[in-house]
Design a protein around this ligand. Sequence first.
Ligand code: SAH
Length: 213
Amino acid sequence: MKDTAKHQGLRNQLVKQLEDKGIKDINVLNAIKKIPRHLFLNSSFEDFAYQDKAFPIGAGQTISQPYTVAFQSELLQVEKDHKILEIGTGSGYQTAVLVTLGAKVYSIERQNELFKTTKLLLPKLGIRPSHLTFGDGYKGLPQFAPFDSIIVTAGAPIIPQALLSQLKIGGRLVIPLGDDVQVMTLLVRKNETQFEKTEFGDFRFVPLLENKN
Ligand code: SAH
């Protein structure tokens, strides 16, 4: 569990690339500069951890590409103490970015193997989400709702209605929508019944699946 000057140097280069690709939020860039992404991956990927790529994390899942993590984090417009629901904890890397931004993070993962590994890893890295759950993200977490924002980190074939109902008025849902390719979609809750939708280009995610495994 080492984080060296070499890792820091690679992280600085990665952040430069993200800026070149259009990421502007300085808080997001600083969080990525701080978080040792190589420690969220199996050690066999250590040499590649600061490439702007997704990598396998077990159970057929992947850690999201840093650009995707940065893009989604920027869309959330995180403020300190925002209560954020994340669907798809996976490696915990996106969780770590949101916690580092000062958010209170509630995260759900449907693969038990990943849930258990990540629950042990995050505190070792000094990252303390408010709540990690093994369960089905389609249902959200009604007992902790409403949320300032919700981020879905797997490709969703539909917008889960439970997630819309768990957003505060003014709250933001960032969700990649689609089957083979997903369109990054932002829904902002205007009032009890209306949501304003904006679309932001194509991304590729592992699928959002129902039930737990
Ligand atoms: N944020 C993660 C992304 C992991 S990939 C990271 O950066 O590492 C997406 C994750 O969503 C996978 O771990 C997958 O198991 C999980 N997932 C898929 N469907 C889900 C569901 N219905 N509820 C909760 N998690 C789900």
